[in-house]
Design a protein around this ligand. Structure first.
Ligand code: PHE
Length: 359
């Protein structure tokens, strides 16, 4: 006799494993399920518990399970049904009590995800180092405007009327009439501003950005950063200047660092000098950086010219003082060997990230 098998057996050839997988999948889905509105809960109920829902479909397939597995599967299916019912009821209750807001779901025991932190710009790192060293020697910080007038940048500082620094080729002018307004070419202008307002003793460092009309290349830029210093009091001598600079060089570049002062010229100092330090890259032996000399120039300095003191209302018969000025980019190059000046202002995060550990 021909035996007729029920059609469903061919359609759904269920075995134990398939049904177990499906049960687990429904459980996982419901565990992860959230519902923000009553409609969403109802959708879940329909999806799983309605007559055509997934749980009901599984129940219908139960009859295809081989007899020896029916007991175990039946139990699992019943458990699933109560789990789904409980879970949907719980979601309903959560909604009703309003407990499903964010605050209630925050797990205060979870470790926080670390936020990515930025790195400090190398010029800021070095500028702050310079300031810290001078602060340790009693200097305070003074700042002034970047857009300046001729008086504070040139005239008060003893620049003659025809000095080449006043040329369009060297300085960015904002306006030329009725007075010259320009981007400061050095932070000595801040020293003038402080001297005009304060009687000695004055002991300041002036950090800031300065501008010069130069073509941009790896070795020159139209703006850079300076820290200049000024000390005015009774009996300040060149020896004081030399000691302060030696101290600075050793703190900045290490205790073995040597300095040398070469005679130079600046309109606002007399006598004037340029200071070299023993090349910190080759230790003074001679390398490409110091062009084989063992020395690298790092700053200009000198005794404040009496004309400058007079112009700023300080009596040169009573007071003397020294001033010095250095480029932050140059010091940074010596410390971190940045070969191209343009990298400082391109803000490539890969470049900046290299200084993360230097903070
Ligand atoms: N102002 C000078 C410059 O910009 C540096 C300097 C400052 C030199 C003070 C001597 C004294 O180059």
């Amino acid at each position: 006799m021909r035996r007729c098998l029920p059609a469903r057996i061919f359609q759904f050839d269920y075995n134990n494993t398939q049904m177990l997988n499906k049960i687990n999948q429904i459980r996982q889905n419901l565990e992860a399920a959230t519902a923000a509105t009553a409609e969403a809960v109802e959708e879940l109920r329909i999806k799983y518990l309605s007559k055509k829902g997934e749980v009901s479909a599984l129940m219908a397939d139960f009859r295809n399970i081989p007899a020896d597995q029916k007991r175990e599967m039946g139990q699992k299916l019943n458990e699933l049904k109560s789990f789904v019912t409980d879970r949907i009821n719980a979601l309903k209750e959560q909604l009703a009590s309003g407990a499903d807001n964010e605050a209630a779901n925050i797990d205060l025991t979870r470790t926080a995800t670390p936020l990515p932190t930025g790195a400090r710009h190398p010029l800021s790192i070095v500028k702050n180092d310079i300031i810290d060293i001078f602060a340790g020697m009693g200097f305070t910080i003074a700042e002034g405007p970047e857009i300046e007038d001729d008086w504070h940048v040139f005239s008060s500082l003893n620049f003659p009327k025809d000095h080449p620094a006043r040329d369009m080729q060297d300085t960015f002018f904002v306006t030329r009439t009725p007075v010259d307004v320009l981007l400061r070419t050095h932070t000595s202008s801040v020293q003038t501003r402080v001297m005009e307002k304060t009687q000695p003793p004055i002991r300041i460092v002036c950090p800031g950005r300065v501008y010069r009309n130069e073509a941009i290349s790896a070795r020159a830029h139209c703006f850079f950063h300076q820290v200049e210093g000024l000390y005015i009091d009774k009996n300040v001598s060149f020896a004081d200047l030399k000691q302060v600079l030696l101290n600075f060089a050793r703190e900045m570049f290490g205790p073995e660092t040597k300095i040398r002062l070469r005679p130079s010229y600046f309109p606002f100092t007399e006598p004037s000098a340029e200071m070299d330090i023993s090349c910190n890259i080759c230790g003074g032996k001679g390398c490409a950086f110091c062009k084989g000399t063992g020395w690298v120039e790092i700053l200009g300095c000198g005794m404040v010219d009496p004309n400058v003191l007079k112009a700023c209302g300080i009596d040169p018969d009573v007071y003397t003082g020294y001033a010095f000025g250095m480029g932050v980019e140059r010091i940074t190059n010596l410390k971190y060997r940045v070969k191209d000046l343009r990298m400082f202002s391109e803000n490539d995060v890969r470049f900046l990230a290299e200084f993360e550990s230097a903070r």
